[in-house]
Write a protein that binds this ligand. Structure first.
Ligand SMILES: NC(=O)c1ccc[n+]([C@@H]2O[C@H](COP(=O)([O-])OP(=O)(O)OC[C@H]3O[C@@H](n4cnc5c(N)ncnc54)[C@H](OP(=O)(O)O)[C@@H]3O)[C@@H](O)[C@H]2O)c1
Length: 333
């Protein structure tokens, strides 16, 4: 591919929360040309996206895998996982490169996958778990990029470097809070405005598929407790760990600085703890921390925008690396 060429890209699930963010990013991406945007079933009528008027004025057409493959080099899937499980093999067979935002292809262990994503019996060759900061070397050859879940993204970015460096001595507790867009656009009894406005609730304790994903990436158990908070977007995770004897604030900082020296979207805030407001509408993951040297306890706080670094932004970041563009292309705004 000549450097000046554009990549023809398509989005399936373009009418959803994550899909609309993809459309917003890809419509302005200087190296991508949006050639297909699809909604749900074959029976849904052609639609427009009023929120993207003047940025992208095309029509959303019903999902059609042949059409999607015909008009594109790369495809972004922002579909429910069962729909992704159906569509991915067909796209790969047709030689398209796929960036899947669903969880369908994230879990490598077949037992875990059978439990959480039973429609996916086998992982296709050339699949990569697409946390960009840890898979840059694999992306140029990847056929299928399984973009990480929104909760696992800040958790793994915050914990993986510390785990690799031997800086976690005991249990890991991840107290995670998400805005309601994390659950997609269709309200349920739990996510309905009148249920979540003015309230905070814990859910999915010991029973959330993102717990399995975090454990896969860290190679150790975690206690992961998600909460729903009355925000439209954003995730904040407060993470509790114990450090080995003698390790302190300086060790954490040195490990993070080395791990993320070449990572434009990870911002290390140290004792100046991050907030959701600072990362909303951006592709940044902000990580701050405090250490109680006397007891060896550390608390790490990590924040993202679930629809950008936790979904569409990270997918575009991985697309950039996969196609040899600057990682920030179309995201540095
Ligand atoms: N929301 C987040 O923060 C987030 C973060 C990371 C990953 N994800 C993952 O990204 C995917 C999309 O999430 P979302 O929150 O954007 O969901 P969403 O708002 O509910 O949107 C779902 C999209 O998929 C389409 N769709 C629904 N059922 C379908 C089917 N059976 N076949 C084909 N298309 C179908 C919908 O089309 P219609 O409009 O025509 O119904 C819509 O475009 C999910 O797998 C989710 O787990 C979401």
């Amino acid at each position: 591919m000549a450097q000046s060429e554009h990549i023809a890209v398509g989005v399936a699930g373009a009418t959803g929360y994550a899909g609309q963010e993809l459309m917003r990013l890809l419509a302005r991406h200087p190296r991508a040309r949006l050639t297909a945007a699809m909604g749900s079933s074959a029976s849904s009528p052609h639609r427009s996206l009023p929120g993207l008027a003047h940025l992208w004025d095309g029509a959303i057409v019903p999902l059609d895998v042949d059409l999607l493959a015909r008009d594109t080099d790369a495809v972004f899937l922002a579909l429910p996982e069962d729909a992704s499980a159906d569509v991915v093999p067909a796209l790969l067979e047709r030689g398209r490169r796929v960036f899947d935002l669903s969880g369908a292809y994230r879990l490598r262990d077949s037992t875990q996958r059978a439990h959480w994503y039973p429609k996916v019996a086998a992982m296709p060759d050339g699949s990569t778990y697409g946390l960009t900061e840890q898979c840059r070397a694999e992306l140029p050859a990847a056929r299928l990029v399984a973009c990480p879940g929104c909760y696992p993204t800040p958790a793994v970015l915050a914990l993986a470097p510390l785990a690799r460096a031997g800086l976690i001595a005991g249990d890991i507790v991840i107290d995670a809070k998400s805005g309601v867009s994390g659950a997609g656009k269709k309200p349920t009894e739990r996510t309905h405005f009148s249920e979540c406005h003015g309230s905070v609730s814990a859910y999915g304790i010991f029973a959330h598929r993102h717990g399995a994903e975090i454990e896969q990436e860290l190679g150790r158990p975690v206690t992961f407790v998600p909460h729903l908070v009355p925000l439209d977007r954003g995730i904040l995770e407060t993470i509790y760990v114990r450090l080995p004897a003698g390790a302190g604030d300086g060790a954490i900082e040195a490990v993070y600085r080395e791990a993320y020296a070449s990572s434009p979207f990870v911002r290390l805030t140290g004792a100046d703890l991050p907030t959701v407001k600072q990362v909303a509408w951006t592709n940044f993951c902000d990580i701050g921390w405090k250490v109680d040297a006397a007891s060896g306890r550390a608390v790490i706080v990590a924040c993202i925008d679930n629809l950008l670094k936790g979904a569409a932004g990270q997918a575009v970041q991985s697309f950039n690396v996969a196609f040899g563009f600057d990682e920030r292309t179309g995201l540095w705004q």
